[in-house]
Unconditional design. Structure first.
Length: 101
């Protein structure tokens, strides 16, 4: 979402609370909607709003989706395994934050 011209660079800033649409999530991760629907069904992703037919996601869903894809492609983990691995990674990050602060 960055545009370049001869004089300047413009872009958008996203934080963990920025909401994106299903189509934006699919575009950012280069996946079909069916994969996102499967990740939601497995509990990997959690829509935060919007209509049931047009869910919205926190921008952190991009990182989660990309991690799930890497787990599947690189390690051959199924969606249930990816969900478990992501849950454990999140727990590790939480424990590390607690140790630091």
């Amino acid at each position: 979402m960055t545009q370049y011209d001869s004089d300047s660079v413009t872009g958008e800033v996203f934080d963990e609370y920025t909401e994106i649409t299903l189509s934006q999530l699919c575009e950012a991760c280069s996946v079909e909607t069916t994969l996102i629907e499967k990740l939601v069904a497995e509990g990997v992703l959690d829509p935060v709003g919007g209509e049931p037919e047009a869910p919205r996601f926190h921008y952190t869903s991009v990182r989660i989706t990309q991690t799930a894809i890497r787990l599947q492609e690189d390690l051959g983990v199924n969606l249930a395994g990816a969900a478990l691995a992501l849950e454990l990674l999140e727990r590790i990050e939480e424990l590390q934050r607690q140790l630091k602060g």
